[in-house]
Design a protein around this ligand. Structure first.
Ligand code: ADP
Ligand code: MG
Length: 763
């Protein structure tokens, strides 16, 4: 540290010799601080230099777009409609396609199907009315090689006539099409040339828009392509150097990726030798490099979170086999190898002195309930309570039946807690939970309500995870002191997606169905063959089997949903299936009514159950062999798969009939065809993901999908795997990210995802 006097004029003059005497040398980084009448210089250690540099550049990238030269309040408002508020937002707003404007094409060589740039002189201007009464404004332009027609539909004539005068020369850009034998361009872009100006000179003078591969950005109304390009150019000129290349070459070179700064630059300004179709499909080294960067930080965050959980203190259960062995003896079947393997994984987690966070994935009918019950018994053996949370009341009730049934024989007390319960009985149940008399508590989200207190919660089980958000998992966890958490899902989530979503959970897969099941036969039937479907139902019922008939949501309101189901049930009972026993189940019924209907269906007191989608998840009636889905085209794939999973649960051949009116959308048809072609849940999920895209796949935003700017889970699966393996390697060698290189990575990680991943306590 040294003090330097300032002279009267306020300037500071230090010679190299003076500095050397004070111990400062060329290349040193100094900090400078003013104190009264003097200035204090300090030498910065390399790490401090990094953090200062980071602080400065972060500030720059977070600079509001409003403060950029040439961007006024009006433009910045338009930009904010596209979520561009900061410099960083602008730099990462990628073109959604590119236009080849590297050179002018002679008019005679313009090719239909391409977007091309050409020079021409206006030779005629006219407007004509088509047979349909539409007026078309048409201009013919020509160069030395030939001529082409430019056309506008719905143009303002007076205005157009003023601009398009014969003899004017310009450079035109547009999609070339063919109409009959004539080539034409609809609504081209035009850049007029000054009277003496030649095209080549003009093109070099506007390097933003010509002579290169030009980026085309997503716009909003009022924002034009040229303006947008200018904004991005401006921001790049000023701020590109502030994009930090945080990922070291060591990592990038593993896959030959580009440094972030270079990748950003080149997606906005592609080098002239790049391949246009690769650019347009986002399949370039530049795009891949950006995707890797995004995936890497997300995966590192998840890995860090997982590691953080692994380091927390939790309950180390002992496996005494007291209840589990007994249950195995009671079961009328042997556990499948997959069930046993998954149980071993769960038990190992439970015995460890850290909280379990495990996801069990198993297709519908793979037998997740028993696995969950076995895990619950381990906790109960250790004197702890278990909470089992299901997404619907019907499902909670069914779980209660199954679990209560077995536990009664083992002398374990199980209670059911749903939001439908009121008053004293509810109060009393809650007391049993609070004083520990209830060992297993089953319910809907009522289980995690504020007022519910556990005496000693040791294990929380969440069934059908995709129906619950990450939040609910967190609340359940807080009902005990670091209880183990087991999450179960029947939605077979494609690997790339589950890595992204549940990377902080360990994964077990029940990849085997209990033996003796025959795959369900699935058929699409059109309305015209409805009678045939009814015959099929009669035939099955005559053989002692049972049938479901499912109704979709008719519109958004539950009321009409219910009405359709009620009407259908009436119609079927009085006109189609006289003499058969029909039941009705819909979302508006009271819990005890629903339970009564489900109960009689289970006990074979009903032959046919007409229901809305309340039946969708988890319902288990093995004797039911036929599932008729009305308006099947209105359901999503995973919903159809869930519904179909209600049959085929026993040795009898089962059927799933997809009834449809025949007016199918493209996606609707795809979905039904997928259902017909496979019963493999994973294949269905992959197809679903492809049809719907990851955003919709799991329903809502709260499912926890991160918003990647560039990376696509569908397209970039391989890159995701790379990112994950690098992230894991880094943490393995440096758990706390203490190395200087890793510290920078960690800072950036916290900046990007800290809040989202709740990394505060970990990083
Ligand atoms: P899901 O995984 O869809 O929740 P369930 O747990 O409801 O499936 O099980 C489906 C059916 O299979 C139930 O009737 C259950 O009793 C039965 N089951 C479970 N495991 C086995 C097994 N190992 N062998 C035979 N049947 C089984
Ligand atoms: Mg289930």
């Amino acid at each position: 540290m040294t003090r330097v006097q300032i002279d009267r004029s306020g300037t500071l003059n230090i010679t190299a010799e003076e500095l050397a005497r004070a111990g400062f040398f060329p290349g040193d980084n100094l900090s400078l601080e003013t104190a009264d009448n003097s200035i204090i210089l300090r030498k910065l250690e390399p790490e401090a230099v990094d953090s200062v540099r980071q602080a400065i550049s972060r500030k720059n990238l977070q600079t509001s777009i409003r403060f950029i030269k040439g961007i006024g309040p009006k433009l910045s408002e338009l930009l904010s409609k596209r979520d561009i508020n900061t410099v960083e937002d602008a730099l990462f707003c990628l073109p959604n396609r590119y236009e080849d404007r590297r050179q002018l094409t002679p008019v005679s060589q313009l090719k239909a199907g391409l977007t091309q740039v050409f020079y021409g002189r206006v030779v005629s201007v006219e407007s004509a009315t088509t047979k349909g009464g539409r007026t078309v404004f048409e201009v013919i332009v020509q160069d030395e090689s030939g001529s082409i027609a430019l056309k506008w539909f719905k143009a303002n004539y007076v205005w157009m006539k003023r601009i398009w005068q014969t003899g004017r020369r310009g450079i035109f850009t547009g999609d070339i099409s063919v109409f009959g034998s004539q080539r034409e361009v609809h609504h081209p872009d035009v850049d007029w040339l000054q009277p003496e100006e030649d095209a080549a000179t003009f093109m070099t003078s506007d390097s933003n828009d010509f002579g290169c591969i030009v980026p085309i950005y997503p716009l909003t109304e009022g924002l034009h392509q040229k303006g947008m390009r200018k904004v991005i150019r401006q921001v790049m000129d000023e701020f590109l150097p502030d994009i930090e290349n945080i990922l070291p070459d060591r990592i990038l070179s593993l896959f030959k990726y580009l440094p972030l700064q270079q990748a950003v630059k080149q997606v906005h300004l592609p080098p002239a030798d790049m391949n246009l179709s690769e650019l347009n499909s986002g399949n370039t080294l530049q795009h891949h490099s950006l995707a890797f960067d995004e995936f890497f930080f997300w995966e590192l965050g998840l890995a860090l979170k997982k590691q953080g959980i692994a380091l927390e203190e939790g309950i180390a259960f002992k496996v005494s086999h007291r209840y589990t062995k007994e249950l195995v003896k009671l079961l009328p079947f042997k556990l499948t190898a997959a069930q046993r393997r998954v149980l071993t994984e769960i038990k190992a987690d439970m015995m460890a002195p850290h909280p379990m966070h495990r996801l069990v994935q198993g297709d519908v009918g793979s037998g997740k309930t028993i696995v969950a019950l076995m895990a619950a018994l381990v906790a109960v053996e250790n004197g702890y309570q278990v909470a089992i949370m299901a997404p619907t009341e019907i499902l909670a009730e069914q779980h209660w039946h199954t679990v209560h049934n077995w536990c009664e024989k083992l002398g374990i007390s199980v209670v059911l807690l749903t939001s439908g319960m009121k008053g004293n009985s509810r109060k009393e149940l809650m007391q049993q939970v609070a004083n520990g008399r209830a060992s297993i508590v089953i319910g809907t989200h009522a289980v995690i309500q504020e007022k519910v207190e556990f005496s000693r919660l040791g294990l929380g089980i969440v069934d059908e995870q995709h129906r619950f958000g990450v939040m609910q998992r967190g609340i359940l966890k807080k009902k005990g002191t670091n209880p183990d958490i087991l999450v179960m899902t029947a939605t077979p989530i494609p690997r790339t997606l589950s890595m992204t979503l549940f990377g902080d959970l360990s994964l077990s897969v029940i990849d085997e169905l209990p033996p003796g099941r025959t795959p369900v036969i699935t058929k699409i039937y059109y309305e015209s063959r409805r009678k045939h479907v009814y015959d099929l139902i009669r035939r099955e019922v005559a053989q002692g089997r049972q049938s479901y008939v499912i109704y979709p949501l008719v519109d958004e309101s539950e009321k009409s949903d219910m009405k359709a189901a009620i009407q259908m049930a009436e119609h079927l009972q009085t006109e189609i299936f006289q003499g058969l026993r029909l039941g009705l189940l819909h979302g508006r019924m009271k819990p005890d009514e629903k339970e009564a209907v489900m109960g009689s269906f289970k006990n074979r007191e009903l032959d046919i159950l007409v229901a809305t989608t309340v039946i969708e998840v988890g319902i288990d009636v093995p004797n039911a062999t036929i599932m008729v889905i009305e308006h099947a085209e209105r359901f999503g794939l995973s919903q159809l798969h869930q519904l179909r999973g209600r049959v085929g649960r026993d040795i009898h051949q089962s059927y799933c009939i997809l009834l449809t009116s025949g007016k199918l959308s493209e996606d609707g048809e795809k979905r039904l065809k997928v259902m017909e072609s496979t019963t493999d849940g994973f294949k269905i999920a992959e197809a679903d993901l492809e049809i719907r895209g990851p955003g919709d796949f799991l329903g809502t935003r709260q499912s926890g999908m991160p918003d990647f700017r560039v990376a696509s889970i569908l397209r970039d699966g391989v890159i995701l795997e790379q990112a994950r393996s690098v992230a894991t390697d880094i943490l393995r060698l440096d758990q706390e990210l203490k190395g200087s290189e890793n510290q920078r990575i960690k800072n950036e990680l916290v900046r990007r995802w800290g809040t989202r991943l709740e990394l505060a306590g970990i990083a």
